[in-house]
Structures are given as C-alpha cells and as structure tokens.
Design a protein around this ligand. Structure first.
Ligand code: MN
Length: 480
C-alpha cells in the first residue's frame, strides 16, 4: 500500500473503524492507473487531484462509496474509462455518482452564461437524487480553487466568479459553513487581488492585538460560565477575509474602521444551557442593541441553529454564537453531517424533512425558464438573512429579507396567493409590495375573483411566489 492510500485508509478508520475499506483501496488503484502519465497544469500528477478531493471529503467523515467516487470522479471525463466500467468494477451507486459528476463537468467547459446556469440547474436536479454528488463537486471545486494559480488569468476570473456566485452560496445553502468561507476567500483573492492583499496585511498587522484581545475575553467569559456551572468549550476566530471585506463594502468603511473582527463560539451541552449561557453573557457584558437573533427557537431553512449576539468587551464588539455540540456539527458540516448520521447508528429521523427544502426549491425553479431569472432567484433565496412573520394564529413563516405580503400569501398556500386581495400587517392595511419585518403579524385577505396580474411580479420577491404567478399567467396565454 503506498503512503497516500495508507493516509486515506487511516483517516477513514478514525471515524469508521470497523468498516471494510476494500472499495476505497480498489478505487485508489483503479483511478491511479487510469490517470497514469496525466499531469495537471500545476505540473503535479493528475491523480493527486483525485486524492486531495477524497481527503476533503474524509474531513467531512463521508462513507466508503463517497470516498471511492471522489477518487474516481475524473476518470470518465478525462480518461478512456466509461461509466459502465465503473459499474462493473464497483457498483451502481458509485457509477451513478461518477456519471452525475461527469455530466456537470461537460456543461462546465462551455462558459457562456446560459450554459453555466443550465449546468447549475442540472446539478441541482442531480443533488435531489443523491446529495453526495454535490458534496464531491464542492470538494472538487475547493481543490481546483486552491490550485487556480496554474490557470490563465481569464480562466481564473471565470472560475472565481462562478465559485463566488454559485458554489459558495450552495455550500451555504447546504449549511456547510466551513467550505463556504473557504470558497469565498479563495474567490476573493482572485477577483479583488489588491483588496485581498491589503486586508491580509491589515489583519496580519493587527493579529497580535486581536489575539491578545481574544485570549483576554475567553478568560473573562470562561470565568463567567464556570461561576454559573454551565459546561462549555470556546472556539475563537478572526472573521474570514471575505466577510470583513463584505462588511467594508456594506458600511462603506475602511479596514481600520471595521470594529467587529472577532467571533467567539460557545459550545455547550443542551439547548437550555445555550439560553443559560446567553443570560450569563448578557448579564456580564453589554450587548449591542439589535444584534440578538435566536436561531435555536427558529432555525434557518438550511437547518442552521445557534444563538447570535454581539457584546462589548472593553469597547470592542465581539460576535458570540452559542450552540450545542449537535448544532455545531450541523453548522460546520451541514448536510454532510446529516448524511453521515443517516448511515450511522445515530440515524436522523428528520433527514428527509431536512432535504425537502432542496427538492421543493428545485420544484419552484422548474418554471423559471430564463437563466438570468433562475440565477437571480437562486441568489435571492440563498440570502441568509431571514425574517420571521406570524400568521394571525401565531404560526411562524420564514421568508427571505425584503419579502412582501404577496410572498407571504403564496408561502401560506398557493390558493391564498392566487386570490390575494389585500393584507393587514399588524392590523393595518399594507400594500402588496411593502416589505415585511421580523415579528410582523400578517393577515391575508382574499377574494373569490381576484387573480394574479402581470404587476404582481413586481411585488413578489421570492422564487416560490414568482414562479407560481408566472405559471398562472402563462396558463392564461400571457407571454412572459
Ligand atoms: Mn476534478
């Protein structure tokens, strides 16, 4: 067994000690032979790429089939191997994954806008069959971004832009925040090299100061939590380059003006401990007004759960996220964590429910025919800023920021949307295109003869409402 294979098997055994790894070993040998003599633009043997992709997935503790498919992922695309060969030598599960990945790659080579989006749509449809395809694709893209320096400048820009616009949001949507941050920072480096370099220098210069600050805060916070006998583990970090950059753009500020560069996570045992930790935190450090959000009581649609708050520590704002170990795993590894537990002993009974959003989302997209539109709605819906709006009965509906009463109506039920005649927001008449806020109570009024009109598209911001309105209008013979 050569060193690289040994490393793969050893890593796999750390989280799955009793499983047979023969398939992985076979995939390794098969792919190594298939790629023999091929080199990447970086000058390295091509096969190292497959190994690196597999390693990223090992980091997410994925199963034998996924690791095997990762090793094989470029064999059909780049060698004389066929999907049938993979099926015969391995199994249908693995060959289906490789076939899915090959399909995505075919589209990728044509870089016009339309093709990219079509590719994207195909990929989303593929994921709804087997989520592991997208996990491999994300790992593949991560490694390609890490070695992007070898490509010509024009390709670097295209890849970086595509990564920032599509892959990073997808990772986010899947709840894989670790990968998302990595993809964003890698894209940022190529898309805005000067800003990236300046930021890196800025962070570097301040790093000693920031490290000291963090240590001091961790000590102070540790004492507070110990006094309350709340079990804890603290994770601290300087925020990612891209998230600082985004803040600078949003606030139209320079690096030196950005204050909250630091984030701390409190990992504790139970949801109740999270709230106790929050109480202790706010009792000892002044919170920044309006910074508090409870995603434990109201999880984000991508399964994300955590309490967010920002407090002042010696005049420095520090963002604090509080979560349990379970929630943390979901935050870091997102859907991959759930996939893993579906297979493992700790089956997650809610997995299907949690995967539903993606199927549903694809369903809503089916009617969006123009690639532009599809892309826009993907990016709008991916927006993590969500608002929570209540029905008069007190049910909570989760909507993206900037959603309107019309979006709300369609979310409650298509029938309600289609017969929309007016809305009361907090018991006051509100326009169809007014923006809802978290905490609003929204009551939709309907009329039997009301029906969707072309202007409604201006009031609808969510993919769901827009696509339903379009279907209706097209049904009436209106050309869109
Ligand atoms: Mn690849």
């Amino acid at each position: 067994m050569d060193n690289m294979l040994e490393e793969i098997i050893d890593t796999f055994k750390t989280y799955n000690p009793s499983q047979d790894t023969a398939l992985i070993e076979k995939a390794y040998d098969f792919a190594k032979k298939a790629h023999e003599g091929q080199k990447r633009l970086t000058g390295e043997p091509f096969f190292t790429h497959a190994v690196e992709v597999a390693k990223i997935l090992l980091g997410h503790k994925l199963d034998v089939e996924t690791i095997s498919a990762a090793l094989l992922h470029d064999t059909v695309e780049d060698t004389s191997t066929t999907v049938k060969d993979i099926e015969i030598n391995f199994n249908k599960e693995i060959s289906d994954m490789v076939a899915g990945l090959t399909k995505i790659d075919k589209f990728e080579s044509t870089s016009t806008d339309e093709a990219t989006v079509e590719n994207w749509r195909k990929m989303l449809i593929a994921i709804s069959h087997d989520i592991r395809i997208i996990l491999i694709k994300l790992a593949d893209r991560t490694h390609n971004m890490k070695t992007l320096h070898a490509l010509p400048a024009k390709r670097q820009q295209e890849k970086a832009l595509e990564t920032l616009n599509l892959y990073a949001p997808l990772a986010q949507r899947l709840g894989m925040f670790g990968l998302k941050n990595e993809l964003e920072d890698l894209s940022f480096k190529y898309l805005h090299p000067e800003e990236y370099a300046a930021l890196e220098e800025g962070v570097e210069k301040k790093s000693e100061y920031l490290d000291k600050k963090l240590t001091k805060f961790k000590n102070a916070l540790g004492t507070v939590l110990e006094n309350e006998q709340i079990p804890y583990k603290l994770l601290a970090r300087v925020k990612s380059h891209y998230s600082i950059y985004r803040k600078m753009i949003k606030q139209n500020a320079s690096f030196s003006q950005i204050q909250d560069l630091l984030g701390v996570r409190i990992i504790t045992d139970t949801a109740l401990d999270c709230y106790r930790a929050l109480g202790a935190l706010h009792a000892n450090f002044k919170p920044v007004a309006g910074s508090f959000t409870d995603y434990i009581a109201m999880p984000k649609i991508n399964m994300y759960q955590s309490i967010h708050t920002t407090i002042f520590f010696e005049d420095t704002p520090i963002e604090v996220q509080i979560r349990t170990e379970d929630m943390h795993r979901t935050c870091e590894y997102g859907i991959a964590a759930h996939w893993r537990y579906k297979l493992g002993s700790k089956a997650d009974p809610h997995l299907d429910e949690k995967l539903n959003w993606i199927r549903q989302w694809i369903e809503w997209q089916r009617d969006l025919t123009a690639p532009r539109e599809f892309l826009e709605s993907f990016q709008t819906d991916i927006n993590l800023n969500q608002i929570f709006v209540f029905t008069p009965k007190g049910d909570v509906k989760v909507l993206p920021e900037h959603a309107t009463p019309l979006d709300f109506a369609y979310l409650v039920h298509t029938e309600i949307g289609e017969h929309y005649s007016g809305a009361l927001v907090n018991k006051k008449m509100a326009k169809m295109n007014s923006e809802l806020k978290s905490g609003d109570v929204c009551e939709i009024q309907t009329k039997k003869h009301a029906e969707p009109k072309l202007q409604w598209l201006e009031a609808a911001r969510t993919a769901r409402a827009r696509s339903k309105i379009k279907v209706y209008l097209r049904g009436k013979g209106i050309d869109l």
